[in-house]
Write a protein that binds this ligand. Structure first.
Ligand SMILES: *Cc1c(COP(=O)(O)O)cnc(C)c1O
Length: 416
């Protein structure tokens, strides 16, 4: 804890991310956190060891202001604690965070913590491929029933929740990837709150959070991130985060994390922590760039669609975007009239943007979802979720937008 703790209720998130949760006095005065690579921690006395274990096992609770002594780095370590304290102010409504060694580790731990045998999970489609696989290839064989509903169909999701027996989890990804279809988070959390089983509402907020969309303020219980994307922002590490309003929920996730052994390692925690103060700077620049490029490409003769929130035509989608997103974000998709052949020609000709999966980094990346990230989907699922042969997804970085636009225009011009 730092000496400025008394100010933290009053300062804004962009300040708090730099001031709370790190005490230079605990790191020989260094202005930025050190890396603590130790796997084990020395106790002040045998009594202190006994107390630390009693706390870790939940037999006793810490006194107000007391922090449990560190024991062993699979349980927690200083860089995880610093990161978990410093990330909280970035997610409005959150009281605590838990960090994991990938986004999938955060999602898997949340599922295994709140799923019950013979329970049901209601979820939007399409979801991230790894998450879909986790539901179909792991949860369902273990007796958890999955109920998919098309993203954006708010009435359909509410109805699915109402009809779900033993409903333990409601899981949303909004906007959906790569079609940007938005689901009304608040309508879903209201439907979940009316269900007698009070399912845990989880939102994968990787695409627009933490800068532009705040699910906890809309009634969600748990926000999940692939920190591999915008949070870390340089396409050079893999990490995951869970945040909640209810501190006990995060405590429970941490106790599962001890069993699963999937805490984020000290070096990665240190790296990610250093990226937090620039998350909103990067996301703002990336969103402004994406908007300029997407709007400029709109109506191009080779494209049947440019899919981006400021270009939505559906009244319901426009309503949701205006209600729950502060900015449109860094991702857009373009659909080629010439199908897969034209899409591949475009990918072959882009020079600044690189042909790679993943997103959220400071460099612009572009990929063909149908043959890569979404190739695990059935023909029916692909058609239902609008992943066509000609669709290309673009994650816009912080380059000068005029150079990106020129790059895309020359790649479009190269299509026969
Ligand atoms: C990348 C991603 C994940 C998985 O995260 P990893 O860090 O790769 O494990 C989950 N959800 C979404 C929306 C993602 O983009």
């Amino acid at each position: 804890m730092s000496e400025h703790d008394d100010l933290h209720g009053e300062v804004h998130p962009r300040t708090a991310v730099l001031t709370r949760g790190f005490d230079p006095a605990l790191s020989v005065g260094s202005a930025r956190p050190a890396v603590f690579r130790s796997s084990t921690y020395v106790f002040a006395s045998p009594e202190a060891a006994e107390r630390a274990f009693a706390m870790a096992l939940g037999k006793i609770h810490p006194q107000p202001g007391e922090r449990a002594d560190l024991i062993y780095s699979r349980i927690s370590h200083p860089n995880a604690e610093i990161l978990e304290d410093q990330i909280v102010p970035l997610e409005p409504g959150a009281s605590q965070a838990a960090v994991f060694n990938s986004g999938m580790a955060a999602i898997m731990t949340a599922f295994f913590t709140f799923a019950r045998p013979h329970g049901t999970i209601v979820y939007t489609t399409p979801l991230y491929g790894g998450t879909t696989g986790l539901i179909h290839n792991f949860l369902e064989p273990f007796g958890v029933k999955g109920i998919p509903v098309a993203s954006g169909d708010s009435a359909g999701i509410a109805a699915a929740i109402r009809g779900a027996q033993n409903c333990c989890i409601v899981y949303l990804e909004t906007p959906a990837n790569p079609t940007m279809t938005m689901t009304d988070i608040e309508q879903v959390t209201e439907a979940a709150a009316r269900h007698p089983d009070r399912p845990v509402v989880m939102v994968d907020n990787t695409f627009l959070g933490p800068a532009f969309q705040h699910p906890l303020q809309l009634g969600a219980d748990l926000v999940l991130y692939s920190a591999t994307k915008f949070l870390s922002g340089f396409s050079d590490m893999v990490a995951g985060v869970a945040l909640a309003r209810n501190a006990e929920m995060i405590q429970t996730l941490r106790s599962r994390r001890v069993m699963f052994g999937n805490i984020l390692q000290p070096d990665e925690c240190w790296m990610l922590d250093g990226r937090l103060p620039t998350v909103s700077l990067r996301m703002n620049r990336q969103s402004k760039n994406a908007q300029r490029v997407a709007e400029a490409l709109h109506g191009h003769k080779h494209l049947s669609r440019v899919i981006y929130p400021t270009l939505f035509e559906d009244a319901e989608q426009i309503r949701i975007f205006r209600k729950q997103c502060a900015y449109p974000g860094a991702l857009f998709s373009i659909d080629f009239k010439g199908g897969k052949k034209a899409a591949f020609e475009f990918l072959r000709h882009v020079q600044i943007a690189r042909n790679a999966v993943s997103l959220g980094g400071v460099e612009t990346l572009t990929c063909h979802p149908k043959t890569t990230t979404h190739s695990g989907m059935t023909a029916e699922e692909l058609a239902e979720s609008g992943v066509t042969d000609g669709l290309v997804r673009i994650s816009v970085g912080i380059e000068d937008w005029r150079d990106l636009l020129a790059d895309f225009e020359q790649a479009l011009a190269a299509i026969g």
